[in-house]
Design a protein around this ligand. Structure first.
Ligand SMILES: NC(=O)c1ccc[n+]([C@@H]2O[C@H](COP(=O)([O-])OP(=O)(O)OC[C@H]3O[C@@H](n4cnc5c(N)ncnc54)[C@H](OP(=O)(O)O)[C@@H]3O)[C@@H](O)[C@H]2O)c1
Length: 266
């Protein structure tokens, strides 16, 4: 540990396994977490990009190793977690960030599209949790962080597949907290709004309060350091979406239709 590290800071000097680390939000988060001197296990499928991220992590003051793999492959995730434990002796925090978005239209229903996103965004996170939880429970310490989305709060246009996978993840994480918190394992659900990444670059509609990935990564790191159970941002947009969540269905549908009309391209 360096002198700038404090034991009460949960990300400083920690051994963190971060998935979806090769680009987008995960890449920015890797660099942000490295500033506190964390050791990062970096997972995604693109090994060449992970090697670049590792250089950025080291330049930012952290250390790490690349653990290439597909989060939908449970055996591969168990091997990746074991490789990280073998190198640094344990895992303090899992950030299950790997995920993707495919806009869907149920008029052209393709069940494979839905199951594919569910397999990546939900089962992929479960595979990584499976790889770390037994050791965390045994140690009586650990922190599971899941990257969900504001799109998981309520049904939104074009997100029947993505939103369902994120709703499942939110529900799972919120529920598992009740099981594991008394055994020393913390759970944080992260619900970003729109962040500029290759994922959102595909969107053709207007994205309110679009945030740069570096800023989003800072917000997430601050939230983790403050021990938040939920990190939901950006503030004005997330408050709006949270308020929509409690509206009666008819009113919600009417407001969401109008909101979507304003977001659609001209
Ligand atoms: N951007 C946003 O506005 C936003 C908003 C809310 C929530 N989120 C969530 O934040 C997370 C990151 O989003 P992002 O915008 O950074 O997405 P992104 O730019 O598409 O990056 C996705 C990351 O996940 C990795 N990945 C994809 N499939 C994988 C697989 N099967 N196995 C392992 N890694 C895989 C990708 O690397 P490889 O291709 O190298 O595998 C990449 O590192 C996602 O869970 C997303 O749903 C994003």
């Amino acid at each position: 540990m360096t002198s700038s590290q404090t034991p009460e800071n949960p990300t400083t000097g920690s051994r963190i396994w971060l998935t979806g680390a090769s680009y987008g939000l995960g890449r920015a988060l890797a660099v942000e977490l490295a500033r506190g001197g964390a050791f990062l296990g970096l997972t995604a499928r693109r090994e060449d990009l992970l090697a670049e991220v590792l250089s950025e992590v080291e330049a930012a003051g952290g250390q790490g190793m690349v653990l290439p793999g597909d989060v939908t492959d449970r055996a591969a995730m168990n091997e990746a977690a074991q490789a990280l434990r073998d190198r640094v002796g344990g895992i303090d925090m899992l950030v299950a960030n790997a995920g993707s978005h495919v806009p869907t239209d149920v008029n052209a229903f393709d069940v494979d599209q839905y199951m594919g996103l569910m397999n990546l965004n939900f089962t992929g996170a479960l595979n990584c949790i499976d790889a770390v939880l037994p050791d965390m429970l045994k140690a009586g310490a650990g922190h599971i962080v899941g990257m969900a989305s504001l799109a998981g709060f309520r049904g939104v246009p074009t997100a029947a597949a993505y939103g369902a996978s994120k709703a499942a993840l939110i529900h799972f994480l919120e529920s598992m907290r009740f099981d594991v918190e008394s055994r020393g394992v913390k759970v944080t659900v992260v619900n970003p709004g729109f962040v500029r990444t290759p994922l959102t670059d595909k969107n053709t509609f207007r994205m309110p309060f679009l945030m740069e990935p570096d800023k989003a990564a800072r917000v997430i790191r601050r939230g983790l350091e403050r021990g938040r159970l939920e990190i939901t941002f950006p503030f004005p947009f997330s408050t709006y979406i949270k308020l929509l969540r409690i509206l009666p269905m008819r009113l919600y549908v009417s407001i969401m239709r109008k909101t979507w009309d304003r977001m659609k391209p001209d």
